[in-house]
Structure formats: C-alpha cells, structure tokens
Ligand binder design. Sequence first.
Ligand SMILES: C[S@@+](CC[C@H](N)C(=O)[O-])C[C@H]1O[C@@H](n2cnc3c(N)ncnc32)[C@H](O)[C@@H]1O
Length: 245
Amino acid sequence: MKQNKYDDSTFFEKYSNMERSKKGLEAAGEWHELKKMLPDFKGKRVLDLGCGFGWHCRFAVENGAKSAVGVDISQKMLNEAANKTESEYIRYICMPIEDIDFAGNSFDVVISSLALHYVQSFEDISAKVNKCLTSGGEFVFSVEHPIFTAQGKQDWYYDKQGNRLHWPVDQYFTEGSRKADFLGEEVIKYHKTLTTYLNGLIQAGFEITGIVEPKPAEHLLYSVPGMADELRRPMMLLISAVKKR
Ligand SMILES: C[S@@+](CC[C@H](N)C(=O)[O-])C[C@H]1O[C@@H](n2cnc3c(N)ncnc32)[C@H](O)[C@@H]1O
C-alpha cells in the first residue's frame, strides 16, 4: 500500500520547515558527497524519482541537462516544486514511483534522492529504471541506510537522563514495512538489506560504479544541533551505477 504522507498538511508543514527544505541542496548533509557521484549533465535527459521540491531537477538543468522530469506522489510537494521552478525544460508528474512506465531509451540519467526507501520493491524499480535508460546511462541514488531503517522506529536508545546510548539495529534480515517516527509523525518506510540494493542493481543489468556512506559535511557538524551524532552510525547510502552496454 503506497502512503502519501507528504500530502498530509501537518507532515508537509513540518517537512517544509526543515533546513534542507528551506535552503536546498547546500543544507542537505549528504549533498557534498552525492554531487561528486553525479555525471556531467550536459545535453542529458534526466529523470528524478521522488523529486520533492525539485532541487535536483533544477540542479541538472542549471548544469546543462537538456530536460528533466520529476516524478512524485505528492501534489503538495510538486506544487512547491513548480513555484520554485522557472525553467521550461523541467516537467513534473504526479505519480507513484512504482507506476513509472517510460519507454526504453527515454533518459540518459536517473537520479533519486531519499525516496526509494518509501518503495517496497527495489528489484521492480531497478528493472524499470534500467529499461528507460539509454545504454551506458547512469543511475545515481540515495536511500536511508539499512542500518538506519532496520529496527523501524528510527530513534536512539536513551538513558534515564535522556542521553543517547546507542542506535538499535534489529530485524536486519526481515525486509518490509516499518513504522518510523519522522518529525514526530508516523511514516511508513521499507527496510531492505544492503544485499537487496546491490544485487537488485546487478540483476537488473547495472554495473555498480560507486558506493558512499556519507558523513555530514564539516560545516554542518557544528552548526546543526545533533548533527555530530551522525558520526555514530550511517544514516544514508549513496550508490551510482551504469546500465551495461
Ligand atoms: C525525503 S523527500 C525527498 C525529496 C527530494 N528528492 C529531495 O531530496 O529533496 C521524499 C519524497 O519522496 C516522495 N515519495 C514518497 N513515496 C513515493 C512514491 N511511492 N512515489 C513517488 N514519490 C514518493 C515524497 O512525496 C517526497 O517528496
């Protein structure tokens, strides 16, 4: 069952108030690593799965992409994306990622930032992405790290004084839905193992070209409250892959 949490007014309001929602890519803790994995966009046709406010679509076009298509399940997110977008080369489509059915050779680059942990089957998405990419096309994405999604609630264990003791990892090999606490709201996410992500790509016909478990950018470590704890366990997994010729 696909949840559309970002269209919930309370959740949308809270998400909109996050630093990365207000300030964009430079305020995103993983951007300094993700941007190094992105290809040269010049002349490329780009698809962004779970595009949200459209930051990555605009980045692609500002850096030479011929076109960018952003797909998202949330009309509220896409309304804000449209408000922030002036380029005529960017198009937004309100649709679940699970339902994409683009023809073969439609895109040169597919990106997805922090959206695929909302999707149950990584195998299905990998196959669809592979199909719509041109030969040699690139797939670059970030997801919440399996260590972060495994236990479910996504919170630390605390002592009686409220100090963070450790991050719980449990039910690692039991894939599937989890009720996470995100911004004080219950959000459904899907835990997958590292094996599922890597083999999903290989079996779909990709060659993996890069894997990064990003640490926060230095300048955010001391300016954003709680950011230093991000050095205690990985929160995100970034992967780049190329469609085999
Ligand atoms: C954490 S936000 C990331 C937004 C954007 N990619 C970014 O990095 O700024 C996750 C986005 O994924 C979208 N999303 C979640 N589940 C989805 C699904 N099944 N199909 C399409 N979009 C989905 C949400 O609506 C939301 O805009």
